[in-house]
Write a protein that binds this ligand. Structure first.
Ligand code: UGY
Ligand code: MN
Length: 248
């Protein structure tokens, strides 16, 4: 018999590990015939929102971005996305970036399709134009080694220019690969494991993590990760970037 009073999930003031065992579903207006889990949100102190959507038969996501831009990533399954009049068929690894003030529709889903979303309030910059809507495929994005370590590969999915104030990257670690140092930084992260397992250190606490787990790291939450097991560990993560760091 399993003990239902146990979970690997933790929610602290500057980080959270959310494993699927604790999911309770939400409803989002315009997102129909789907199961929605809001994994990271400003209610926990974050400045981003991260959701996981599992589509059912005839499911669709329809809406308009307002102040927040939304990044959609297909984890598994198939669907069609329409943004600003452009429509594309999407499969696992495909992604869509929807800038602010745009309408979007995801439909023609195969049941069970899983879509990850990252939402961030857009901070316009006088010297930069608004980002365009983008469609992409992670399998076509280069995967150079990270900081000269061949055990680590980093894919940068969004253009790295001042129009964008968020980054979404895919980090791949071969078994035994690890972050080269404990990171201490102002940027915030939301993250979802796509494959494999390992141990994450967050603010000097150690968490075993695996495919399906999500992590929130607040600014300055100290972070380090090592991959374990027989296959690479892969996570996709959000990071706020390219804006003046202070109002002081
Ligand atoms: O981009 C990053 O800050 C990344 N290296 N952090 C992380 O994977 N925890
Ligand atoms: Mn980091």
């Amino acid at each position: 018999m399993e003990i239902s009073a146990l979970t690997r999930s933790v929610v602290k003031s500057n980080h959270a590990v959310i494993s699927p065992d604790g999911y309770v579903n939400s409803n989002v207006p315009g997102w129909t015939n789907c199961t929605i889990n809001v994994i990271i949100n400003e209610q926990m102190g974050a400045r981003l929102c991260q959701t996981l959507v599992t589509m059912q038969k005839d499911g669709s996501l329809a809406g308009s971005t307002l102040e927040s831009q939304i990044f959609f990533y297909v984890i598994e399954g198939q669907c069609r996305a329409t943004v600003s009049g452009e429509s594309k068929a999407l499969a696992s690894g495909h992604f869509v970036y929807v800038p602010v003030q745009k309408e979007y529709v995801f439909d023609e889903v195969s049941p069970g399709t899983k879509i990850l979303t990252f939402h961030k309030i857009y901070e316009p910059l006088q010297e930069a134009t608004l980002p365009p809507a983008l469609f992409g495929d992670a399998s076509k994005v280069p995967a150079p080694s990270y900081l000269n370590d061949p055990a680590l590969r980093l894919q940068v999915l969004l253009p790295d220019n001042l129009s964008f104030d968020m980054a979404v990257n895919i980090f791949t670690y071969d078994p035994g690969g690890h972050l080269p140092f404990v990171e201490t930084h102002i940027m915030e992260h939301g993250l979802l494991y796509l494959q494999g397992q390992g141990v994450y250190m967050l603010d000097n606490q150690w968490y075993p993590v695996k495919k399906g787990d999500a992590i929130w790291m607040a600014p300055y939450c100290q972070q380090w990760f090592t991959a374990m097991g027989k296959e690479p560990a892969v996570y996709i993560y959000y990071k706020n970037v390219n804006r003046f760091p202070t109002v002081v």
